[in-house]
Design a binder for this molecule. Sequence first.
Ligand code: RIB
Length: 638
Amino acid sequence: MNINDIARLAGVSASTVSKVMNGKDKDISEETKKKVLKTIEQENYVPYLKYREKEGLKNHLIGLLIRRDNRERENIVMCTERAVRQKGYNLIINYMDSGQEVCGRMEEMFRRKAAGVLIDSRQWNAGGRFEHTSVYLSQTKEFDDRQRNTFYYRLSEAGRMAAEYLMKAGHQKIACMVHKRDSSILDGYRMAMQSNNLHILPSWTYEGGSMEDIEKYGISQCLSENVTAIICGSKEITCRVCRMLDRSQTVIPDELSIAAIGDDEMPEASGYAITTVKLPVEEMCRAAVECLIEMIEEDKQFEVKRRFSPSVTERGSVAKPAQAKQGEKIIVVGSMNMDVTIEVLRIPVNGETQIAQRVYVFPGGKGGNQAVGVGKLGGQVYMIGCLGNDLDGKQLYAGLVENHVHMEGVLFDTQLPSGKAYINVEQTGESTIVVYTGANRNLSISHINRHKYLFQSARYCLLSLEIPGDIAEYTIKFCKRNDTAVILKPSAVERIKEELLPYIAYFVPNERELDIFVPEGESTEEKAEILLKRGIDNVIVTLGAKGCYFRNKETSMYFEGAGFEAVDTTGGADSFISALAVYLSEGRSVEQAIGFAIYASGLSVTRYGVQPALPDRKTVDVYEDEIYSKYARVNEGG
Ligand code: RIB
């Protein structure tokens, strides 16, 4: 903007403008002089500042002092700028790292000739230069009561609204994850939960100091718990949660509902349509700017404290709780190992050296496999066991969390490293395993006792014997006391006392384990009969590709295999047991559950490793009709 522009806008010549500004205006009419001065004021023509002051003209500049850590910083700048421009003003922005900087920044604004300031601070500033032309913006009601003109919204209200919205959809187990600077969201969430008499487990809330911290610990902590919905305190948290859910193939909102605080760019940023609680930044900035300009132009003094309310923007990421659709709870007590799988042409015999074709490292362990199997099939599963406090332990932990296993029953042991298994897999898919139990050995009775509340509410307990024998036996008795049905996978190494057999609801050995457990008797049928006589309710002998044999008081029947081609049979039984438990937990008959279990384990052995190979619910359910027709014939045929 130069003198010619001012002249053009005022409809006079440049020399007239110059004369007015230089006080040589005797021969210029009052009306022309006013026109020139008004144009200068409107266009904020800085070279004529001196004249502006002399003539008492207002400067068309507004300052914004904004804290750098304000979560809505960009949004506030954008909305303020828009509002200021609409009023024919310009905005100068100054960022602050703390409230202490307000005075200095105000001085600076004064030097730059701002006519008034918008201040993002909780501390009142005596005003000084801008005593009658300052307005405060705030995102919580922690501001100084002496602040005369304050425009604010409450982040806690947004937290409360998100929680109430989720509760209305039927959720009770709601997690809330925020950045430390937004902790008032948590206050609102707590208020809503408390006023609905809902108890909050400590692991349902996370307040992180940085996004790295939230990503590394917060998300897995909150998701490891029995929650059906999650409140994400910001767009950044939402993106990370969505990424994690993507990796674990968790469907939003079928399996987990999400509500996020802050609406700006949310849909694009997360890649999902996320229901949000929109913060009233735009309304707040517009009102604050209008008020400030009125103060400047009318020389008025105000006493305004105006609160703005957040609002919910529904986008479909909230549905009824997923658990309403899940079966009863399943506990897994067992081992978690890191498996080193060695692919060989043939399993080496005594004195033989073989060259490995390939080597893989996969998360495994019978307990871990069973828990992941249940999680992938959509069951409600709780792991109880011990990991080493090492890298393997952390990876195993993360793998289970990603597969929806609740982990409050998992301990990091400081004495022993995580368990390991060295597995040879030959070309036929058959395998042999050597296990180093490591931290699994340190599972204790007190640890089982501590989780009594889980046993009390669980329907099934999957137990395998890569943990100390006395702990396994204690668990069986503990289940009996708490009315939890035990599904036991025996091992070729550990034995359990015969007097405990009547406490076992489902005994699931393979042929070799059956032979070791019951040396007497010739055939599988005879051995199963012996076990029944010793008090076990149901015996299911897994027969690899040939399916299984099932025996209880009423029934004795063979189920044929699913017919899939195996590349690695490791963990086939773990897959079988987890599927059996999930379908039983949903109220299916044992025969139906066995049908699904045969297909689940058949699918799992078509891939290398155990946990990565375990099938998810959709993959198994694709075969639902085939399973019904195949085994219905078996059932009819007896
Ligand atoms: O059942 C298979 C499992 O047995 C492997 O994952 C290995 O860790 C051993 O525990």
